[in-house]
Design a protein around this ligand. Sequence first.
Ligand SMILES: NC(=O)C1=CN([C@@H]2O[C@H](COP(=O)(O)OP(=O)(O)OC[C@H]3O[C@@H](n4cnc5c(N)ncnc54)[C@H](O)[C@@H]3O)[C@@H](O)[C@H]2O)[C@@H](O)CC1
Ligand SMILES: Nc1ncnc2c1ncn2[C@@H]1O[C@H](COP(=O)(O)OP(=O)(O)O)[C@@H](O)[C@H]1O
Ligand SMILES: [Mg+2]
Length: 281
Amino acid sequence: MKIPISITQAEIQKIYKPINPHTHKGIQGHAAIIAGSYGKIGAAVLASRACIKSGCGLVTTLIPKCGYEILQSTIPEVMVVTTTHEKYISEIIFDIEPKAVGIGPGIGQEPNTQKAFYEFLKTNKKPLVIDADALNILSNNNSWLNLLQSETILTPHPKELERLIGSWKSDQEKFEKTIEFSKQYQVIIVMKGAPTHIVNSKNVDENTTGNAALATAGSGDVLTGIITSLLAQGYSPIQAAQLGVYIHGLTADIALPETGYQSFIASDIIANLGKAFLSLD
Ligand SMILES: NC(=O)C1=CN([C@@H]2O[C@H](COP(=O)(O)OP(=O)(O)OC[C@H]3O[C@@H](n4cnc5c(N)ncnc54)[C@H](O)[C@@H]3O)[C@@H](O)[C@H]2O)[C@@H](O)CC1
Ligand SMILES: Nc1ncnc2c1ncn2[C@@H]1O[C@H](COP(=O)(O)OP(=O)(O)O)[C@@H](O)[C@H]1O
Ligand SMILES: [Mg+2]
């Protein structure tokens, strides 16, 4: 395996596009988030808030009915579409044309949710981030991987990665298998961890930001929202993955002197996105 390329501030500075003073919400990108189930509407809230707080102009979130009031009152900036089922996502139907879609945080694996995901994958042509339960559904139905558009971004943590590619005996084997998987399905794999690596066919990048404060519930859900937002703003999938993991980690580095490791929670990632983006301007 080649030595990973570090995702440094200098590299990110080449990718980062400052906001055009004449932009408006209609051209700043419309993102769709598909997330949440009964008891895990928080995952939808975190991903949606991170998405709108990362620069896209509009966010529409698809959630099961039980999350409607929660989402509308916690993030009034985000538009909401609900499914017919009360507790889980039973179909994926939008009345909008999103520029990018993020799917998976907290959706569970109900049979109807799996079917809805399959129907969505058959027709989706938008840039896509797949996380959490949507990854687990793919692991259980691996023929569906052939439906993915090239450069779809998968964001597994180590357990989700193991479900996708099988177990490994060494770090080297883990990377070899991930690279092979990425080549086979033409996907970008964000191997979340400490540090996070991004595998894009034969290239491997290593993130340089972040710390153990991120080992807290919902921090991956937030990453899904950030990367989806960047895709909706027109970043290429590999750039969105690189800038997304860099900014996500940077929030924890910025917050650490105030929060310490223990009191940092996923909402602190979102609260520090502004400072993280400003450090690139
Ligand atoms: N507030 C919410 O609504 C939250 C919802 N969440 C959702 O809950 C669902 C379940 O997600 P989980 O990830 O908890 O469940 P999983 O069963 O996918 O993952 C948990 C397992 O993975 C292992 N694991 C996780 N990170 C690891 C690492 N860095 N190294 C080694 N092993 C690691 C854990 O030890 C555990 O065995 C997902 O849909 C997720 O999006 C979570 O994000 C937590 C917060
Ligand atoms: N010790 C650590 N150092 C740096 N980053 C970490 C550490 N632990 C977790 N993270 C990051 O936090 C995120 C956790 O994602 P995930 O496990 O999907 O969380 P959740 O499903 O609860 O939202 C990933 O981006 C991962 O890289
Ligand atoms: Mg997760």
